[in-house]
Design a protein around this ligand. Structure first.
Ligand code: PLP
Length: 401
């Protein structure tokens, strides 16, 4: 794996900024983006970073400087994107289940919008008719993604307008002369099978003829990265070849732009979460290593049964033993059960790999604990990009009489 931070670098930043600490490696983000650009090597293809994965504005700036566009999942993400200087025409707002007011705001900000319900599309048509081009998110009824919790395109998913409701969709469009320029699908996260994307395009082949103003097809994100040592990741080069070939194979799609919304692929591997072992507890079932964190900082293992590689930064040559890594909050917050690690001692620093996507971003102040600090490493030097919470942060917004 290229562009990996060494134990020594991680120990040094942890020493300087304390733990728990999120550390991001700019070179890795850039190389992931460049890998996408190189693999597709086609000016019809546009990448929109799905910033829900990690919205620290310093990370957004890194991707903006690369020429990447941005995909947002709330109006506040849209505002963050504009705040860091993205041009509205490079900002995509793919909403779901939102108040129509947010769509109106997005329109007034001039960003690209994907609407995901008949209800909001109707309101959009009533208010704006054909005056503002818009995209629709479709639900292709395809089961894909690492597990059910992160599958979004299947026939019981809340996301998108089901393709079986095409007639109703077309009625609304024709009634209000809505100018549909983009069709969007996103089938899930952790997709390693290139054919899922091809299948998605094939579902759209049937639908595209109904949309004469179409300019782009948005295939969403979901590219799988390796979380375990021997985990298969999506083969980006194979994906590019298949998708480009499928688009070129059909008169309907050959001139359309192809959009993607990668989140995890761009930032997951750039992120490291460093924690300190507070307590060792030997029991008949296992030896617990309790770290100064919990699902308030990294919820993926508990929420999705996600696997994160863990290493003992402080004692890498120690004798291997099994440890169950838990946090310090008042819930069962098991990061890893019976994980072989070099001997762990109280005070040792443990790092969780692949913590860049949906790590800090899903963190909370549960148990009134502080959110961690974030550090960005650029050209070998570390810079604090978010301060660790302090007590006043817990009181912010609370009112007293
Ligand atoms: N696009 C949409 C609409 C999504 O819902 C998501 C993830 O939830 C993404 C893109 C990014 O997915 P990933 O981080 O797996 O690439």
């Amino acid at each position: 794996m290229e562009n990996v931070l060494s134990h020594a670098q991680l120990l040094a930043v942890a020493e300087e900024y304390g733990t728990p600490l999120y550390v991001y490696h700019e070179d890795k983000i850039v190389s992931q983006y460049q890998r996408l650009v190189k693999a597709f090597n086609n000016e019809k293809v546009r990448f929109f970073y799905a910033c829900k994965a990690l919205t620290n504005i310093n990370i957004l700036k890194v991707l903006k400087a690369q020429g990447c566009n941005i995909d947002c999942s709330s109006i506040n993400e849209v505002k963050l994107a504009l705040h860091v200087g993205f041009d509205p025409k490079n900002v995509l707002y793919t909403s779901n289940g939102i108040d129509f007011e947010e769509i109106e705001t997005a329109r007034s900000l001039g960003v690209i919008i994907n609407i995901d319900s008949l209800s909001n599309l109707k309101k959009f048509g009533q208010k704006f008719g054909s005056s503002y081009p818009v995209g629709v998110r479709l639900r292709p009824n395809i089961m894909a993604g690492g597990n059910l919790k992160i599958s979004t395109g299947h026939d019981k998913s809340k996301f998108g307008i089901p393709v079986d409701q095409l007639d109703q969709l077309l009625d609304i469009i024709s009634q209000h002369q809505i100018n549909i320029t983009n069709l969007h699908i996103h089938t899930g996260s952790d997709i390693k099978d290139v054919d899922v994307f091809v299948k998605g395009i094939e579902v759209l082949f049937e639908i595209i003829p109904h949309f004469p103003n179409l300019k782009s097809i948005d295939l969403g994100g979901g590219f799988k990265v390796a979380y375990k040592e021997d985990d298969p990741a999506i083969d980006i080069e194979a994906l590019a070849a298949s998708v480009l070939e499928t688009f070129a194979s059909n008169e309907l799609t050959k001139d359309l732009q192809i959009w993607f919304e990668p989140g995890k692929f761009l930032v997951s591997e750039s992120g490291y979460f460093v924690t300190k072992v507070n307590v060792l507890k030997e029991t008949s079932a296992t030896t617990f290593a309790g770290v100064n964190s919990g699902f308030n900082h990294l919820i993926r293992p508990m929420f999705y049964d996600a696997y994160h590689r863990i290493a003992n930064l402080s004692n890498p040559q120690g004798e291997e033993k099994e440890y169950t890594i838990t946090g310090n909050i008042c819930e069962t917050d098991t990061f890893a059960w019976s994980r072989p690690l070099p001997e762990v001692r109280e005070g040792d620093l443990l790092v969780f790999y692949n913590a860049g996507a949906y790590g800090f971003e899903m963190s909370s102040n549960y148990n009134s604990r502080f959110k961690p600090a974030e550090v960005l490493i650029t050209n070998g030097s570390a810079r604090l990009i978010r301060k660790r919470d302090v007590f006043e942060d817990l009181l912010r917004g609370q009112l007293v009489d």
